[in-house]
Design a protein around this ligand. Structure first.
Ligand code: MTE
Ligand code: MO
Length: 256
């Protein structure tokens, strides 16, 4: 006879009896855990201290750090290439790229950084004075083409450090074109990654309007659809923001 036949034969218990039995057991267990908690507290209180923390807490902290760094290591840098291999990518994706756009009148609106009571409006001059970074990585479109491209600009992490604030406690960044026709959300780890730039240079030239000039996002870890061209708004937020392609059944994280 197989086990599951055996199981089916087992008489059903009256649900009320079963509930009473379980709650009595629950009550006993709660007594046990209060006692265990108190014993644990006594132990902790008497525990040797290391760096101002009782050792068990210190261990938990170390464990947290190990988990965190293993999460970080999932975000290894994308491979880089010699700049001689860089070529112009094709112009792809015109969402939010309306004709009526005057790059000389452009400003970047920044909202939601902690400690920021009203939005910032930044010009390209404000952005050009920030530390400059250039990366040469493979730009991959989910449609199946890729191209080695060099990008220059300011790391989003440097930008965040400069403007404030404790943006790192926000969980997401939301970006939108000036006409709100295209919009993207990225998680904070991607935002802080050293290969995530606010780019204004492509292949050593000023970023052309059709490639997202004056300022676009570049994230080397993600498919091209996350790299929003023509940023009008940058908003730091706690909830996962809207995302054009995630709303159209593509992966929000878009890793490749
Ligand atoms: N504003 C805007 N940004 C966008 C898109 C778009 O349609 N509109 N398409 C994305 C996609 S799918 C890709 S592959 C890249 C292409 O960038 P490129 O035109 O500079 O090659 O831009 C991304 N950023
Ligand atoms: Mo793409």
């Amino acid at each position: 006879m197989s086990d599951d036949q055996d199981f089916r034969r087992k008489p059903l218990t009256d649900p009320e009896v079963e509930i009473r039995r379980l709650s009595r057991r629950g009550f006993l267990w709660s007594g046990v855990s209060i006692a265990a908690g108190y014993a644990g507290y006594r132990l902790l209180n008497g525990a040797p201290k290391q760096g101002g923390l009782p050792v068990p807490f210190r261990k938990a902290l170390e464990w947290n750090e190990a988990v965190w760094s293993s999460l970080q290591s999932e975000m290894l840098p994308a491979p880089t290439f010699p700049i001689e291999q860089a070529r112009e990518p094709k112009v792809n994706g015109g969402l939010g790229m309306s004709d009526a756009f005057d790059p000389s009148a452009w400003t970047l609106r920044v909202e939601g950084l902690r400690g920021l009571s009203s939005p910032l409006h930044l010009s390209m001059e404000d952005i050009r004075v920030l530390p400059f970074t250039r990366i040469c990585t493979e730009f991959k479109c989910v449609e199946g083409w890729s191209q080695i491209v060099s990008w220059g600009g300011v790391k989003l992490s440097d930008f965040m450090r400069k403007f404030a604030l404790t943006g790192e406690s926000n969980r997401y960044v939301y970006l939108e074109t000036p006409d709100a026709g295209y919009y993207v959300g990225i998680d904070i780890k991607t935002a802080l990654h050293p290969q995530t730039l606010l780019a204004y240079e492509m292949n050593l030239q000023p970023l052309a309007v059709e490639h997202g000039g004056p300022l676009r996002l570049i994230t080397a870890l993600k498919y091209g659809y996350k790299s929003l061209k023509r940023i009008g708004l940058l908003r730091f937020c706690d909830e996962r923001p809207r995302d054009y392609w995630a709303e159209n059944q593509y992966d929000f994280y878009a890793g490749h």
